[in-house]
Design a protein around this ligand. Structure first.
Ligand SMILES: *[C@@H]1O[C@H](CO)[C@@H](O)[C@H](O)[C@H]1NC(C)=O
Ligand SMILES: *[C@@H]1O[C@H](CO)[C@@H](O)[C@H](O)[C@H]1NC(C)=O
Length: 353
């Protein structure tokens, strides 16, 4: 919005004074077909948009619902800004005829769901912003035709569930932002096919489970953020399944249960060359109560002390038992030998008599 406007000003383009068709209230910039209808109080998409429009900024209006074929005929449109425009609903085919669109900004609206045909004509789209809406679920068909998409921002919605396979059509995706939602688990199958994914932001969700195979297909992942979730434990194998040249992890702000197991998982994570826990100093314990708030980095060498002590006690007990058993056996043997001796003495006595 502002970015686009200042870009226009920087380019110092001249405004057409009606020599070309331009919707009332909007500003149209000659030669490049940039149409600025930002914050003009529109309650529907204005009529009379120039057919050659390349960039259309309709942000900051109050559009409510986008009707079917709203942008019909705008074949040249490459960038469409619809942010902060009070959009609650996309009617079926609302975005049809945008087959050449490369950037779509629908952030800061009131969308609760995406229509099943949302992606049908968006096969050229490279960047999609849907952050700061009210989306709750991602269904399988909604995103499936976004085959050129490189960047998808779904942050700060209310997403609780992602249908398995919802991202499977996104074979070019490099950045996926899902932070600030309500996801409870990262499930196996949720991220398959995202072979080129480089950045996956999952911070500030409600994630308590990451299934062991969930990250397996992410061969290019360089940043995985999981800070501010509900993780208490991790399995080392989950991260060992990340076959990447190098991945940075963010893991602080979780209610870690600091026990010997967790210590072992983190020391393995820290020793694997291609994994980097960038915020390890900020990883703090939540349980047990006596360690609450303590940095894992400070306490981790003591976490296995109790366990070592237990092992020592068991070893000692076994040792003492064994020694005692040997001692007893030896004593019994000697006693029996003594008995044999006594008996033979009395036998001798008898014989003498
Ligand atoms: C977070 O997940 C737990 C289950 O793991 C659930 O009981 C809780 O309601 C969830 N919280 C939110 C805010 O979604
Ligand atoms: C650690 O926490 C402090 C204070 O909350 C913050 O300023 C710092 O950026 C954090 N460091 C990392 C690496 O996250």
């Amino acid at each position: 919005m502002l970015g686009y406007v200042s870009l226009l000003l920087l380019l110092n383009l001249s405004v057409t004074g009606g020599s070309k068709r331009c919707p009332y209230h909007c500003l149209c910039y000659e030669s490049s077909d940039l149409v600025d209808c930002h914050s003009k109080g529109f309650t529907q998409v204005p009529h009379g948009l120039p057919h050659g429009t390349w960039l259309l900024d309709l942000g900051g209006n109050n559009l409510g619902a986008l009707q079917r074929s709203t942008f019909a005929g705008l074949w040249s449109l490459r960038i469409l800004v619809l942010s902060s425009s009070g959009i609650q609903l996309l009617q079926p085919q609302a975005l049809s005829s945008l087959s050449f669109l490369e950037k779509l900004d629908l952030s800061h609206n009131e969308l609760r769901r995406l229509p099943p045909d949302f992606s049908h004509s968006l096969s050229s789209l490279r960047e999609l912003r849907l952050d700061n809406n009210y989306l709750e679920h991602l269904d399988l068909p909604s995103l499936e035709r976004l085959e050129s998409l490189e960047k998808l921002d779904l942050s700060h919605n209310r997403i609780e569930t992602v249908e398995l396979g919802a991202f499977r059509g996104l074979s070019r995706l490099r950045h996926l932002y899902l932070q600030g939602n309500q996801l409870a688990a990262v499930r196996e199958g949720m991220l398959t096919m995202l072979l080129g994914l480089e950045v996956l932001l999952l911070g500030h969700n409600n994630i308590s489970t990451i299934e062991t195979e969930a990250l397996m297909s992410l061969h290019s992942l360089s940043l995985l953020s999981l800070e501010g979730n509900q993780l208490k434990h991790l399995k080392f194998k989950t991260f060992l399944n990340l076959h990447t040249p190098g991945t940075h992890l963010l893991l602080s702000g979780n209610p870690w249960d600091c026990d010997c197991d967790l210590h072992r998982v983190f020391s393995k994570l820290l020793s694997v060359r291609h994994l980097h826990v960038d915020d390890y100093r900020n990883v703090t314990c939540y349980e047990p109560a006596q360690l609450a708030g303590a940095s894992l980095a400070w306490v981790d060498s003591q976490l296995c002390v109790a366990e070592t002590a237990t092992v020592l006690v068991i070893t000692l007990t076994v040792l003492v038992t064994v020694v005692a058993a040997i001692f007893m056996a030896e004593r019994n043997r000697k006693k029996n030998q003594g008995k044999v001796g006594t008996r033979s003495e009395s036998e001798l006595d008898l014989q003498e008599k």
